[in-house]
Design a protein around this ligand. Structure first.
Ligand SMILES: [Zn+2]
Length: 280
């Protein structure tokens, strides 16, 4: 099995978005007032080339449609403008990036979505034949009143979106109390906090666990610090800390490669891992 990364766009967020002692409304205000933008960060999805199951995607990127202000209520347009910006044009669509590797959209058998924020679901409609897996808690969160205040935009989901819901009934997986074993070398574990039903994907590739971690942390830099990103600070800071602690423990004990969606080091670290394997 081999994993590679697909970057749909580069963006910048306010620096205090990543880390701050403040939580709740006060954090939101801090981010709005912050004048400093972060370095450019990627919006990553992953393609798993599975020896028996075809191509499995983890997340489906950010589509340029997410920039169209008409998709958001007025309050959110203002929040968006003050929290995120895109300094350069978007990367080619995910199906084009796959095509460059000789993969057709119909080769994608499964898409596991870490969570349903817009930067992880953008290109879902390009893969109508794929089985889409979302945690039950995450999907239900999108159907609750004021779901848009938690960053869910059903208008950006594919038409009549009906994913398969993940319930984590396959028992413990190392230090995670519950898990879903999708295949004998691919597990999904609950990592709530950044969103109510956030999940992470763990695969075994060339003898090592790779963690496709979604937004458990915004990057590697904050992995072992007692901080949460702005979304978690407003939504579920305690859960986010617990999920991060479990992930830190797993990564250390298993010598796993931890790959968050928005870390500028995720792609180079993955590439270095496979290069070392080839050299060895
Ligand atoms: Zn994200």
């Amino acid at each position: 099995m081999k994993v590679w990364g697909l970057n749909s766009a580069n963006s910048q967020l306010k620096k205090s978005w990543f880390s701050s002692p403040r939580e709740g409304f006060s954090r939101l205000m801090q981010v709005m007032q912050d004048q400093e933008w972060s370095e450019s960060i990627p919006m990553l999805s992953w393609a798993i080339e599975h020896p028996r199951e075809g191509i499995i995607l983890v997340d489906a990127g950010e589509h340029p449609r997410a920039l169209e202000q008409k998709n958001y209520p007025a309050l959110n347009r203002m929040l968006n403008r003050n929290m995120v910006r895109f300094p350069e044009p978007f990367q080619p669509a995910l199906d084009q990036q796959l095509k460059a590797k000789g993969i057709h959209a119909s080769d994608v058998s499964h898409i596991i979505i870490t969570h349903l924020h817009q930067d992880h679901v953008g290109y879902l409609s390009l893969f109508p034949k794929a089985r889409v897996l979302v945690s039950r808690a995450e999907f239900e969160a999108t159907e609750k009143p004021f779901a848009h205040m938690k960053g869910y935009w059903p208008s950006l989901f594919p038409e009549s979106f009906k994913p398969d819901l993940v319930d984590f009934k396959d028992g413990t997986f190392h230090n995670f109390e519950s898990s879903k074993m999708l295949f004998d070398d691919l597990w999904v574990v609950p990592t709530p906090g950044h969103s109510p039903g956030h999940q992470s994907v763990i695969v075994k590739s060339q003898g090592r666990y790779l963690v496709l971690a979604g937004d458990v942390t915004p990057s590697m830099k904050y992995f072992e610090l007692d901080t949460v990103d702005m979304v978690s600070a407003v939504g579920g800071p305690q859960q986010a800390r617990q999920s991060k602690q479990k992930m830190v423990q797993f990564t250390k004990e298993q010598h796993a490669l931890y790959l968050p969606s928005h870390c500028s080091t995720s792609l180079p670290r993955l590439e270095a891992f496979y290069q070392q394997k080839t050299l060895a």
